[in-house]
Design a binder for this molecule. Structure first.
Ligand SMILES: [Zn+2]
Length: 212
């Protein structure tokens, strides 16, 4: 195993997930930007807890995790998300189910996983913070990255549904915390809150690893 690993490292030497320089894990410069701290945003009355300000090195880490499934990058995203979860649970009292913002069907296929759901499942194994994948996309949406805040909101109206649609929401799920990787305009979070609340589920808070 060790031999295999050093052989692989010779061909693909380990690089920093933040800047691509040769480094085992995050390099010193990127590590110094990795200052986990409480970063609070409100969507209406609902507090959204994030841990790190989005930057170019964080954008690379998120891309490596989300699009390339690099394990060390996944672990960094989880580290930030766990910090956010702790901040949220400290504020709202106790542990609640985390509901992942779902990937669109297309990006789910491309990545081979429903990104937030998979991240929460990995967190559940290490932290015992349970995720419930109850939101899904009811229809196709345009890629959000090219849209402004208003167009994003319009793009998403009615785009999410609750998986237990048709049946009553289980009694065990009256209150949840939403989870996503990155908070930008907040339009996705807003639509998820609207969808859950119209289904009788109260959203106590949101958590994201990063905030732009
Ligand atoms: Zn670096």
């Amino acid at each position: 195993m060790e031999k295999e690993r050093s052989f692989r490292d010779l061909i693909f030497p380990p690089r920093c997930q933040g800047c691509g320089s040769l480094s085992q894990g995050l390099c010193l410069a990127c590590r110094s930007e990795w200052n986990l701290g409480r970063r609070l945003t409100y969507i209406g009355q609902i507090p959204i807890f994030s841990s790190l300000q989005y930057s170019s090195s964080i954008a690379r880490i998120l891309l490596a995790s989300k699009e390339d499934g690099v394990k060390q990058a996944d672990e960094l995203v989880m580290e930030a998300l766990i910090f956010s979860a702790r901040q949220a649970f400290e504020k709202i009292g106790h542990t609640h189910f985390l509901v992942p913002i779902p990937s669109t069907a297309r990006s789910g296929r491309r990545r081979g996983r429903n990104y937030m759901q998979d991240i929460l499942e990995q967190m559940d194994q290490s932290q015992g913070i349970a995720g419930r994948n109850i939101l899904f996309h009811t229809r196709k949406v345009r890629d959000q990255s090219s849209l402004d805040a208003r167009a994003r909101g319009e793009n998403l109206v009615g785009a999410l549904g609750i998986r237990s649609a048709g049946r009553r929401v289980p009694q065990t799920l009256p209150e949840v915390v939403l989870a996503d990787d990155l908070l930008t305009t907040g339009s996705t979070m807003k639509e998820a809150i609207r969808t859950l609340e119209s289904g009788g589920i109260r959203v106590l808070a949101g958590i994201t690893a990063f905030v732009a």
